[in-house]
Ligand binder design. Structure first.
Ligand SMILES: [Zn+2]
Length: 121
């Protein structure tokens, strides 16, 4: 991959990290506020718990995405960015534009999804 192309994706990945970090910060604040507020009503407690769990899931999901983004940035440094982790083929650039932290090419992604779904059922 060309240096300019790598720089382009590096910038996208870094922007995404900032975006996710501020998103997580905001949610952490709202979680703290929930914990500090005095909930008297049973229904208040239930909805607060639901909201808290939802926030937790979103934070967890963002955390996983952050890990992928960090490892993508590492790959840019090692000049292995844009190479499928399964088959070592280059990942289509159009796919990287949609998902810059993609680990697999489309073919391997589909195989991965299929085997995952089979495992779950
Ligand atoms: Zn592949």
């Amino acid at each position: 991959m060309k240096k300019e192309t790598l720089k382009y994706f590096e910038q996208i990945l870094k922007d995404r990290i900032n975006e996710i970090s501020s998103n997580i910060d905001m949610r952490n604040i709202s979680l703290k506020e929930l914990n500090n507020s005095n909930l008297k009503d049973q229904s208040d407690i239930v909805s607060a718990n639901l909201q808290g769990q939802l926030d937790f899931l979103i934070i967890q999901k963002h955390g996983l995405e952050l890990q992928d983004i960090m490892s993508s940035l590492q790959k840019i440094k090692n000049e292995t960015y844009g190479i499928c982790e399964m088959c070592d083929d280059e990942i289509d650039i159009e796919r990287l534009k949609i998902k810059p932290h993609a680990k697999y090419c489309i073919k391997c992604r589909e195989l991965h999804e299929k085997s995952k779904n089979r495992g779950e059922k």
